[in-house]
Design a protein around this ligand. Sequence first.
Ligand SMILES: Cc1cc2nc3c(=O)[nH]c(=O)nc-3n(C[C@H](O)[C@H](O)[C@H](O)COP(=O)(O)OP(=O)(O)OC[C@H]3O[C@@H](n4cnc5c(N)ncnc54)[C@H](O)[C@@H]3O)c2cc1C
Length: 440
Amino acid sequence: MPKILIVGGGYAGFYTALKLEKWLKSGEAEVTVVDPLPYMTYQPFLPEVAAGSIEARHAVVAHRRHLEKTRVITAKVTHIDHATKTATIEPEDGDAYPFEYDIVVVTGGSVSRTFPIPGVADNAIGLKTIEEAVAIRDRVISNFTKAAALPAGPERDRLLTFVVVGGGFAGIEVFAELRSLATGLLKRFPEIEFDETSFHLIEAMGRIMPEVSLETSHWVLKNLAQRGAEVHLDTQLTSAVDGVIETSSGDRFESDVIVWTAGVMANPQIVRNTDLPVEERGRIVTRPDLRVGTADEIVEGAWAAGDISAVPDLTGGGVGGFCVPNAQHAVRQGKLLAKNLVAVLRDETPKDYFHKNIGAVAGLGLGIGVFQSGKFAVKGVLAWFMHRGYHGLAIPMWERKIRVFIGWFDNFFLGRDIVALPAVQEPRAKFEEFASRPRV
Ligand SMILES: Cc1cc2nc3c(=O)[nH]c(=O)nc-3n(C[C@H](O)[C@H](O)[C@H](O)COP(=O)(O)OP(=O)(O)OC[C@H]3O[C@@H](n4cnc5c(N)ncnc54)[C@H](O)[C@@H]3O)c2cc1C
């Protein structure tokens, strides 16, 4: 039985495994998925998790619950040596060990791409994982709690100043969602005035959200400005040392929450530790049929999809002729990859990946959204319903969809949950404080 190893159980990897379970006949192949996380993260929900509108665990999909015929290994792949068809698996505890395979599927995704700006590595936080989204939510709510107990002054200002770097889709969504959370929190914190909260988004380019039309992006800017959220266009972050924000426009202020969303890059842990071909932007060289390789040269037994791969965009769109890193592609590539892999196993011909962008929909806080497909745009509350409808149905597995919809339904009547649990980072602190110790 051929051994199929899927490296990464995110969007592309999860769907590849799910569909292989469907397409493979019993005994046709053995499938293993390796991921350091025991779940697939539905990343489009991260801004709403950060804003407390979606319960964190509802935005992830447990591998072991939903991949019933796949072997799941919760560990990192730290090396892929395709010449010997061996991957190195490194569990969180215990020694690394070799794993031999016949076919490898590389779906290790991407990580936040940063630049060597002083202070960013030490003070900022990304928005690629559920843990980051939860930490942001807890920090915002805790900062309100702390600020409410302080007199007016620099420390209170610092706690109530929130910064997002990067005006792409993810950046604008989390910025707008956090503004919405903060405005909602003000009702519960009568000690804090609206004008004391300040929100800054720093974007190096002259516009935000390249996925929507310029006109729609202007609408978003205006909407954010009306809600008290300032976008600094054509501005670069030059320093964030000790949380002191300095920009190329000469602004200088302190912030306790700096969210970095200025782009992604193919997972370096995987692309830097493999003999599979990697192109100049660091992605795995991938053919339209999702096999690794070029039009002339196929790397037998190797497949790739999602953010880590450079898949030619046959629609003529994409950046530089390749599919952009988004979930629309990752999901569809994962599904096709499973079909193609089974086809090749059965000596049939794989199909090329072809997907025309279906548009973009963003949630910008409670009751506000934008949708864009070609020249057609919807803004405001209708687009927000479209956002929720689309993503509520797009998260994999009915068990998850139902949890998300019920959560939204509950929030509609009960309001969002504003409890932060930052103490879970040090759960033993309370016990230790009063625990008896043997006398010495
Ligand atoms: C905040 C945010 C909002 C977004 N909103 C949208 C949206 O509205 N629409 C849209 O189309 N796209 C959106 N995206 C983009 C989309 O989520 C990604 O393009 C998509 O997740 C890519 O799928 P993937 O399978 O390539 O990677 P991922 O889903 O990131 O999966 C990669 C997996 O690899 C695992 N992994 C990492 N290192 C290793 C290792 N060493 N060994 C094994 N496994 C490893 C990871 O744990 C992860 O599970 C958003 C992204 C973010 C961050």
